[in-house]
Design a protein around this ligand. Structure first.
Ligand code: AMP
Length: 191
């Protein structure tokens, strides 16, 4: 059975940072829908053009777009023990679509690894990342505010969705990178 880990948490929680260590230690393929969308933007594709306006506004791109990206990764990537989904699902609809995609092959989500930080830390972390990565959506305060609101309104309901499914595991993301990684590995070792 392939493993399907979901890396969950608000923007700035450290998902991208931890993902690198996680995929290496557990032979997973890292799928970041945000990174895939940013690739489309730099390539200047039609999809990228459509996504850019929404990303710059701090809104979500349509479910069908990211679901298609995820499906094509599942179909084409070989030679791994599983997948680490970073930034997907972000809506209940996406979570249901993922469940359907996996069930069609007799598979299911293995576990949700949720890195939690308080709202007060989100801005600080994003401002810090802006100086390192130069992401357009990290630069404007208004965009950041909208992303935080989007997270609370559309993505946070997934906590209940996956808790009910018995798959939700929360990790305190306020510690050092090493502390958080250790807590994540302790959790992943159980699967
Ligand atoms: P991220 O790199 O995960 O912070 O994503 C950056 C931006 O890409 C988000 O603010 C959204 O606009 C868009 N995005 C990434 N993943 C998704 C998703 N699963 N559903 C909708 N929009 C997404």
């Amino acid at each position: 059975m392939m493993k399907y880990f979901i890396l969950f948490g608000p923007p700035g929680a450290g998902k991208g940072t931890q993902a690198t260590a996680m995929v290496e230690a557990y032979n997973l393929r890292h799928i970041s829908t945000g990174a895939l969308l940013r690739q489309e933007i730099s390539a200047g594709s039609e999809l990228g053009l459509k996504a850019k306006a929404l990303i710059d506004a701090g809104a979500l791109v349509p479910d069908e777009i990211v679901e298609g990206m995820i499906e094509s990764e599942f179909r084409t990537v070989k030679g791994v023990d599983g997948f680490l989904l970073d930034g997907f699902p972000r809506t209940i609809e996406q979570a249901k679509a993922l469940d359907r995609m996996l069930a069609a092959n007799g598979e299911e989500v293995t576990s949700v690894v949720s890195i939690m930080i308080p709202d007060s830390m989100i801005r600080e972390r994003i401002h810090h990342r802006a100086t390192i990565e130069g992401r357009a959506d990290d630069a404007k305060d208004e965009t950041i505010s909208n992303r935080i609101a989007t997270y609370h309104n559309q993505t946070e309901p997934l906590v209940e969705y996956y808790s009910k499914a018995g798959k939700y595991n929360e990790i305190d993301g306020t510690g050092t990178i090493d502390d958080v990684r250790k807590a994540i590995f302790d959790l992943m070792d159980r699967f």
